[in-house]
Design a protein around this ligand. Structure first.
Ligand SMILES: [Zn+2]
Ligand SMILES: [Zn+2]
Ligand SMILES: [Zn+2]
Length: 148
């Protein structure tokens, strides 16, 4: 059954899970499939519905745990919305920033990390050591901008 929906995205996730000694369970692969086929950011409830459609009964707690594991592994990105809500999107690559359409929630990869050219010396002068960063752009995709 799993073979029916095995795409390059599932193979990618499997590879990372294997590297970390984690199992590629049907639920985990289904979460990847639901996310990458939607092409947009989904809520936990929407992911849960998609996985249930594929596998039948699946607990919501399993979905939460899977998303947590995937977020740690960088397979999934947690996205923020201006109204305070969150969504999840499939993400490939170690260091990727995303642009999110607030209209239809479609997600694009940002071409390059803007922080690479950041002036670290100026903040380190203040005794601050930068460990990590979070950058996400909000906006309207071409389709939503046209419809507005
Ligand atoms: Zn797939
Ligand atoms: Zn849009
Ligand atoms: Zn970056």
């Amino acid at each position: 059954m799993l073979k029916d929906f095995e795409c390059t995205q599932e193979s990618y996730a499997k590879g990372i899970l294997r590297e970390k000694g984690l199992k590629s369970t049907a639920q985990r692969l289904a979460v990847v499939h639901v996310l990458h086929t939607s092409g947009k950011s989904l809520s936990v409830g929407e992911i849960h519905d998609g996985v249930k459609e594929m596998l039948g009964v699946t607990g919501l707690a399993t979905i939460y745990r899977t998303l947590e594991v995937f977020e740690d592994l960088g397979i999934v990105k947690r996205l923020h919305f201006p109204d305070g809500g969150h969504g999840y999107a499939f993400s490939q690559g170690e260091h990727v920033h995303h642009m999110v359409c607030v209209g239809c929630r479609v997600v694009f990869d940002f071409p390059e990390c803007p922080v690479e050219s950041f002036d670290y010396a100026s903040v380190e002068k203040q005794g601050f050591r930068v460990k990590d960063h979070f950058i996400q752009l909000f906006g309207q995709c071409g389709k939503c901008a046209e419809a507005a």
